[in-house]
Ligand binder design. Sequence first.
Ligand SMILES: [Zn+2]
Length: 378
Amino acid sequence: MSTAIRGIGELVTWDDDQPIRRDAGLVIDDGRVAWVGASADTPAADEVIEADGAAVIPGFVDSHTHLVFAGDRAEEFAARMAGRRYEAGGIRTTVAATRAASTEQLAAGAEARLAELRAQGTTTVEIKSGYGLDVATEARLLEVAAALTPETTYLGAHVVPSGVDPDAYIALVTGAMLEACAPHAKWIDVFCETGAFDADQARTVLRAGQAAGLLPRIHANQLGYGPGVQLACEVGAAAADHCTYLSDADVAALAETGVVAGLLPGVEFSTRHPYPDARRLLDAGVRVAIATDCNPGTSYTSSMSFCIALAVREMGLTPTEALHAATQGGAWSLQRTDVGHLRLGARADLVVLNAPSHLHLAYRPGVPLMRQVVRAAV
Ligand SMILES: [Zn+2]
């Protein structure tokens, strides 16, 4: 089965020679990008999509979400907007609701949110556990996540649950819980932050995960300066996510090691915190990703376009740099070479926009611009 898309006003491939083409065509064969060129030269195919001058972009790669949970925290958001500060402990509210939910309820909620992401152009998504914080519930969350994406992350070390000794909890996270969760996870993650886990605890968690065959990533430097980014570089993490408060040494270490800085501007929007300085990171040669961090507490958005608009308006990126971070950057973060771009051989995951140019993603914030989302079945 082959599909040709003709009349593409602007095609974003991120190809080295010509990252953005005008008046282009593209052919999909067997779920892969098989041909890219001038619209007039587009080869015949089984099916034809007429883009009529619309822009085509790679599908978004959302490299950081917490899609599996129960309940919501709308009241907490309203209270925060009325002046209350966010602290890491709000996670425990969602933990109580999640533990009480059946696996079927959790799956239905996650599927509904995934459909929401897909409709808004996200074709690859990472999903974390972290609202169970006991062996059985963490394993249930990861089973639900694994049915939806190969990019699953074990985040037993999200916070220490209420009434549990921190040392005993680390032993559980790196012992019985890891054993139950590792078969359903690709990644291991830890929330390294005041109020969650310190550097030594976080290192213990990530090293245990690596020993069990999981790949490390980390929540780091969200609420203040701290050791998380340096730890990410030390253990060879794929990504350090948040990166809101970075020292010069942190920025240098990210650039040196190639650890991806995952920026989550929906969080700063929803918590009224200062935004990370994406411009500073790009100028230093750091690889940058943008993700939603879709979660009920601090960023309940599933819209990558919204995050792109924030990155442009508040974080110093150009619209093109922001789109790159939301596609190729996300693929780097997940160590995927087959998504996040539309070079020959890529998965044919793409979006036809209701717009002549990708600039409209930031230029028209809050507007549904997804005319057609194409996602390879293979
Ligand atoms: Zn997160």
